[in-house]
Design a protein. Structure first.
Length: 318
């Protein structure tokens, strides 16, 4: 089978899973940043999570939100998860940014400083990092970013790749999920692994201490961070991060409050899983299908990446 076909079954990051403590409050918040289209709203059992969640009796309300203003630089979605079988597990204590686990939700915006100010003044969001702009190597691509917190304190990055979007004119505002960031132990190993899953592009690579994040690590000494943005032409990107010295594991429990997983989209789940099998990547549990009614379905399966992070592969027909 040609490489382009096998990569074509996997279509980049489809969504980031975010655990919430109050679904209605989170729906209102994410609606303010453009996620107003509900692909599905499922409330009930989630089978096949014995390995992933450590129990076979998981129930949750799961709402998949798509941006009403998604663009080429913000193609991915957000999946809000509120566990109903138990109190939602808390965010891992001491989580900063770049430890093993999921770091953030990254939204692409146009006119990032103005959107940051809007989040503070109109939405009442808490500031986590004021607007900053730099040129990132190796292409000196202009990057403008800031951070706010969602209602549960999760880090929301607002990034503006102004140089990249010159060819795609858009009005100022929020444009959907650009990428997910997560901590790894060996970034070269992660790059090689995810390239086989279709993340064949790379926008940047940096290495060093990002001083604007220093206060997040207190009382720990801020680590050096090597990071890169891996891209897929069909969906959101991946930003693996390696700390030196290594930081504590912050993966936490499945469904914990805050970003806890990401999903790679599949045009055809069966072909995507066959591709994983050809790479020697074993599933953690059997593939599942949830009937959403009206002919809509949600299919998913999980595997572990080289760092033991549980990654979802999903096919949503809704």
């Amino acid at each position: 089978m040609p490489t382009s076909r096998t990569h074509g079954t996997l279509i980049g990051v489809d969504h980031i899973g975010v655990g919430v403590s109050d679904m209605e409050r989170s729906l209102a918040f994410y609606g303010r940043v453009g996620f107003t289209e509900i692909a599905f709203d499922h409330d009930g059992p989630l089978p096949g999570l014995e390995d992933v969640a450590g129990t076979g009796d998981v129930s949750a309300r799961v709402v998949l939100l798509r941006s009403s203003n998604a663009t080429e630089l913000g193609p991915a979605s957000i999946k809000l998860v509120h566990r109903t079988d138990r109190t939602p597990p808390p965010t891992p204590e001491g989580l900063a940014w770049g430890e093993p686990g999921i770091c953030e939700v990254c939204l692409h915006v146009k006119d990032q400083p103005a959107m940051y100010r809007r989040m503070l003044d109109e939405v009442g969001a808490t500031s986590l990092m004021e607007p900053d702009e730099s040129l990132v190597p190796p292409l000196d691509t202009r990057c403008s970013m800031s951070y706010v917190a969602d209602p549960d304190g999760a880090k929301i990055e607002m990034i503006d790749w102004a140089d990249l979007q010159q060819g795609w004119p858009a009005e100022p505002g929020f444009q959907g999920v650009n990428h997910v960031a997560f901590g790894v132990a060996d970034i070269e190993r992660s790059r090689d692994f995810y390239r086989e899953l279709g993340f064949t592009g790379q926008l940047f690579e940096t290495d060093g201490v990002l001083e604007s994040m220093d206060h997040w690590y207190a009382p720990r000494t801020p680590p050096s961070q090597r990071m890169m943005l891996l891209t897929n032409p069909h969906g959101g990107g991946l930003e693996p991060v390696q700390h030196t010295p290594p930081s504590p594991d912050m993966r936490g429990e499945w469904g914990h409050v805050g970003p806890f997983e990401f999903a790679i989209g599949a045009r055809n789940l069966d072909l995507a899983l066959a591709h994983l099998d050809s790479l020697g990547v074993a599933l953690r549990g059997e593939p599942q299908e949830i009937d959403l009614g009206g002919g809509a379905t949600w299919r998913y399966a999980y595997f572990q990446d080289p760092d033991g992070l549980y990654v979802c592969v999903t096919e949503v027909r809704a």
